[in-house]
Design a protein around this ligand. Structure first.
Ligand code: KIV
Length: 274
């Protein structure tokens, strides 16, 4: 008897085939419970290393480890059924050599069962992307603003604001596409540059703060839900859950302190002796 699931998940080639087609919808998730919700509406779920900021309160994504990504990647796989799950390769797990990248990516795929990995960097990472893809590992690229390089960039500023600074970013996009990535995240670049890249390269571009000119969009779930303490200026909020959660917690605390908290009699219809 076959034990294969009858539910078919989206794959990296499915997403690659969406170039110039229906826009790709992608959100981050780090937990089984949010993954189950995101899975109903998204083509791709990104287990982003932004979990370092969002879940753990780090200032940057630099401290995030491979173990953290694997733990949350596995949770997201358990919570979802349809979307392609892409797990970020954290800083320090892939830059030293193509072999280091291969071993880290293999751990991510084997231990989470996700469908692809994402890594940051353009031309400098192209050889590594090709090495992984040739060995059966689907790779999503990430160019423009690459948050793992914060210590050399100095700030999270938008990239390619002046036309004179476009060329290296265009070259990054071409290199990642030619290396065999199935799609590329383009972060915080000006609209004309995002449009030019999207029109030039063969793979889908997925924008974050890079305009509607891209083939798809990604946001950090907690940012668009109004749950993050600080959000980038380009994020449109689709909810304001922070105050709702706070009101619920306040209501609970008030009930407990005033002894208005429902006891078991409320649930089981028990009568307490008096
Ligand atoms: O880590 C992350 O959430 C990301 C997105 C911002 C694209 O890389």
């Amino acid at each position: 008897m076959s034990v294969q699931s009858t539910i078919r998940r989206k794959t990296a080639p499915d997403i690659r085939a969406r170039k110039n087609g229906e826009p790709i919808v992608m959100l981050t998730s780090y937990h089984a419970h949010t993954a189950a919700l995101v899975d109903r509406y998204c083509d791709v779920i990104l287990v982003g290393d932004s979990l370092g900021n969002v879940m753990h309160g780090f200032e940057t994504t630099v401290p995030v480890t491979l173990e953290m990504m694997i733990l949350q990647g596995h949770a997201v796989m358990r919570g979802s059924q349809h979307a392609l799950v892409v797990v970020d390769m954290p800083f320090g797990s892939y830059e030293a050599s193509k072999e280091q990248a291969f071993h880290a990516a293999v751990r991510i795929l084997k231990e989470t069962h996700c469908g692809a990995v994402k890594l940051e960097g353009g031309e400098r990472m192209a050889e590594t992307v090709a090495f992984l893809v040739e060995r059966g590992i689907p790779v999503m690229g990430h160019i423009g603003l690459t948050p793992q390089s914060i210590n050399t960039l100095g700030s999270f500023r938008a990239q390619g604001r002046e036309e004179g600074s476009w060329e290296p970013i265009e070259n990054d996009a071409k290199a990642i596409s030619q290396a065999g990535a199935f799609s590329v995240v383009v972060e915080a670049v000006a609209e004309p540059l995002a449009r030019k890249i999207t029109e030039t390269i063969a793979i889908p571009t997925i924008g974050i703060g890079a305009s509607a000119a891209c083939d798809g969009q990604v946001l950090v779930l907690e940012d668009m839900l109004g749950l993050s303490a600080r959000t980038p200026k380009f994020v449109r909020r689709y909810g304001n859950l922070g105050p709702m959660i706070e009101a619920a917690i306040e209501g609970y605390a008030t009930d407990v302190r005033s002894r208005a908290f429902p006891g078991p009699e409320h649930v089981y219809g028990m009568k307490t002796k008096n």
